[in-house]
Structure formats: C-alpha cells, structure tokens
Design a protein around this ligand. Structure first.
Ligand SMILES: Nc1ncnc2c1ncn2[C@@H]1O[C@H](COP(=O)(O)OP(=O)(O)OP(=O)(O)O)[C@@H](O)[C@H]1O
Ligand SMILES: [Mg+2]
Length: 439
C-alpha cells in the first residue's frame, strides 16, 4: 500500500517492533502510542495488529480493517485477517493433501479437517509482517501481538512448521528425483505435481524470510509489556525465556500502569508498596534489558492526545525506534581450542532444561517448548564435550576436532561442567535434522 505523501525513507532497513505481554496489560495501547510517536517524528509508520481480537482501531479512534488505512500524518493502520491470506497461499498444497487423505481412505469432512494445519493461518500474519518490512514503504512497523501464550506459539511456528513441512514434503529436487519415483513405483499414492512443489517452495521461502527478519536484532525487537504485579511479571519472565530460546531479541520491558508519584492518598499505600517491590523485581530480573515506564493515566488512553502523553512518559528523549537493549540470545565464542555455543535462557531452571544432539542439530527443550538449533558448519564436525547452565545462560562446549576421542557427529553430549545438568543423548522422538528450520 503506497504511503502517499510520506517522506522518503533514508534507505535503512525497516524497524519492526513487536509488543506482547499478558492479556490486558496494555499491549495495544503502548503499541499505538509508540507508533504515533514514530509518525510524529516523521517516520513512515505502520501499526499492525495480529491479535484476532483487534482493538487497535478503538485505541486510535479510527476504523481499521484488513487493508492498510490512514490514521494520522505518517501513520497507517491494518488489522490483519490471517484466514484470508492462508486461503490464497495454501490452496494448492491443501488440494494435494486432500487427495492423499482420500487415497488413504479418509473422506469428506474428516479429510478437510486434517488438511488444515493448526496455526498455519497465523504464519501468514507473520509473512505479512515480512512483506511490509521488506517493501521499502515503511520506516517502522509496530505490531500489536496477541497475548503472550499465543505470541510465543506464533513466533515458534516458523521453526516448528519448517520441521513439519520437511517431514510431509521433503522439498524440491530431492523429492522429485528420489522420493517421487520411489513412491510412484511402490504405491499408488498420489504424487504431488509441480504446482504443489512450487507452492511448497514458495511457502518455505516465506517461512525462511520471516524467521530471518524476526530474529535479526538489528531489525526486529520485542517489547515485553507488564504491569507491576507479581503474576504478570512471573508470566513475562517465562515469555522472555521462550522468546530467547527461539532467537528473538527482547530490547525493553515496558512497565505500564505504574501508580504515579502524585498519588498520596493513604488508600493507595499498599498498591504503592507493591508496585515499588515489583518494579525492583523487574529491574533486577530483566537486567540488562532496560525498563520503560508509563504511569497509570487519569483516564483510558484513547485517541491521539492521550496516546501522545503516554508515549512522552514512556520514551522522553529516547528514540522509540532505537535498539534499546542489545543482548544477543545466541552466540558462538572461542575458548582455547574449543568453541562454545551460548544461548540466553533467562529464568530457566535446570530441571526444566534438556539438551541433546542429533546430527547437525542441537535440541534444546525448556518446559513445553523445544527448538532444534541447526549448528553452524564450524560446530557440526565437533563433539559436544560439556554443557552448563549458569546465570540464565546455557553454554554448550564443542571439542577441538583434532583433539582426543573425536567420534564425530552423532555423539551425545558428555558430562556437564560446573553446575549444569548433563545433556541427554539424542532423544528418542526422532526429529529430522533439517537445514530449513532455524539458524
Ligand atoms: N497507562 C495506562 N493508564 C490507564 N489505562 C491504561 C493504561 N494502559 C492501558 N490502559 C487501559 O487498560 C486497558 C487494557 O489496555 P490494552 O487494550 O492496551 O491492553 P492489551 O494488553 O492490548 O489487552 P488485550 O490482551 O485484551 O489485547 C484499556 O482499557 C486501556 O485503555
Ligand atoms: Mg490488545
């Protein structure tokens, strides 16, 4: 959608800011305030909502729908309809799946249902974010996400789906040259035609680009919105852990609805104490991630005036598009002849952490989430010699390949050093070593 009349961009890549947090903490409000602040600074700004319970329009006080629409000078808004997008992109693949199910004796409604991959519609919302971020039309894309549980699921989808797709449709050449003739000879299974492969490849491309964009800390940051309440902060910690696991950069915590200093009525004493306590917990717990604060406003912040006041409190002299905190969640460093892969997993308990190795992947599970980290070339030929979890950072050591006992790729990790829990061997649930999932 052309941002007519907007100033030309300076050629730097589009900045993507994702706002997430527990239900009702102020994601939509702070995302809207941030977008307006960016627009006021002359940046071509798009405010997008991926939350199916759209409320961006209410906060701006203008109608918004699935098409990009103007909100204010330099500011446009869109409430994505993921379902629509999916139908156009997935149709070829779905038709083939239906054939396969029919071949397997699954008919009618049941087959229809099976051909719907859960969460797939949401992936197309992510693909839309990428589309906008690479279109050259926007300086900033501010995304109002769904509450945390859905957002984490959403943001883990490119990873999870890439695996799923790899299993169901081993991609491209390999399939047409190896699998298809084999399958065709042995069975009467409907072999996917070129249109299906083309669609699958397009789908992969979308996924790959999404992941690359969203996990590049120079371009994309997640801002974690909390209110100074124990339960909310506890959930935000979990979110931070899971986001880091999947390689997303949280560059700030937004503490919203903080009781303002001006409130001195003794009735609020307990609230003030509780807020002070939680603000300390936030600052300590999330450090070095910076904390932005927005006081409880005198009324619901709806409309441009109220949003500007909120943004002023949040950012002051700070550039809202700056990368506020710069921690890399995943890095590799050298330690003598060994290489150490470090993964930030803040607030993780060692009892809920499992690490394993299969072929080219390092499998990391934290609580309910699992990620297969495709190892960089430099690490693939090395044996895991130890792993430790310290101060919310998992360090996995890879031995010098020239050193003793280099028994290659399939080795499970050796005993952990320090206080970490030893990684398990390759887990029995066989996850294919893919090149298409994560980086
Ligand atoms: N700083 C603030 N001061 C006063 N009211 C606020 C503040 N921030 C948000 N609110 C109000 O709190 C309510 C919830 O805010 P908002 O809709 O932005 O939260 P959300 O996290 O997007 O919620 P949901 O999870 O339902 O999407 C709204 O009524 C909003 O106007
Ligand atoms: Mg909301």
């Amino acid at each position: 959608m052309a941002a007519a009349g907007a100033p030309a961009g300076d050629g730097s890549p589009t900045r993507v800011l994702l706002f997430t947090g527990k239900g009702g903490v102020g994601k939509t409000t702070t995302a809207a305030a941030t977008a307006l602040r960016c627009a006021d600074a002359g940046l071509r700004t798009l405010a997008l909502s991926t939350d199916p319970a759209h409320s961006l329009a209410d906060v701006f006080g203008v109608p918004l729908g699935p098409l990009v629409a103007p909100v204010a000078d330099n500011l446009w808004g869109q409430q994505l309809d993921a379902q629509d997008r999916m139908e156009e992109a997935w149709e070829d693949i779905r038709r083939w799946l239906l054939e396969v199910f029919r071949w397997a004796g699954v008919e009618g409604l049941e087959a229809e249902e099976l051909s719907v991959v859960p969460g797939l519609d949401e992936v197309f919302a992510l693909a839309d974010i990428r589309h906008h971020a690479t279109s050259d039309e926007w300086d900033v894309v501010v995304v109002d996400c769904a509450p945390t549980a859905e957002t984490v699921r959403l943001l883990s989808l490119p990873d999870v789906l890439a695996r799923y797709m790899e299993r169901v449709f081993p991609v491209g050449r390999r399939v047409s040259q190896v699998v298809s003739p084999l399958v065709a000879r042995m069975t009467t299974l409907p072999v996917a035609g070129d249109d299906v492969f083309a669609a699958t490849e397009r789908f992969y491309e979308r996924l790959a680009g999404v992941r690359e964009l969203l996990t590049d800390g120079r371009r994309t940051s997640v801002r974690l919105v909390v209110t100074p309440e124990r339960v909310v902060v506890a959930e935000a910690r979990r979110t931070h852990t899971y986001l880091s696991l999947f390689g997303y950069h949280v560059d700030a915590v937004v503490a919203n609805r903080v009781l303002p200093d001006g409130v001195t009525d003794p009735w609020f004493d307990r609230w003030r104490e509780a807020h002070a306590e939680q603000l300390d917990a936030i600052a300590d717990g999330f450090a070095p991630v910076p904390v932005l604060r927005a006081p409880l406003q005198p009324a619901e912040p709806v409309g441009a005036g109220a949003l500007r006041a909120l943004a002023e409190a949040l950012y002051g002299d700070e550039d809202p598009t700056a990368r506020l905190g710069e921690r890399e969640p995943l890095r590799v460093r050298r330690d003598g002849a060994e290489l150490v892969l470090e993964l930030e997993l803040p607030f993780t308990d060692r009892d809920e952490l499992e690490v394993g190795r299969t072929g080219h992947e390092l499998l990391v599970r934290v609580g309910p989430y699992r990620r297969g980290i495709v190892l960089p070339d430099a690490l693939r030929r090395r044996r895991v010699s130890g792993a430790a979890l310290r101060d919310g950072c998992l360090a996995v050591r890879f031995a010098d390949p020239a050193g003793p006992a280099g028994d290659g790729d399939r080795a499970g990790a050796g005993p952990a050093r320090g206080e970490g829990r030893p990684p398990t061997g390759a887990p029995s649930a066989g996850v294919p070593a893919t090149g298409a999932s994560s980086g």
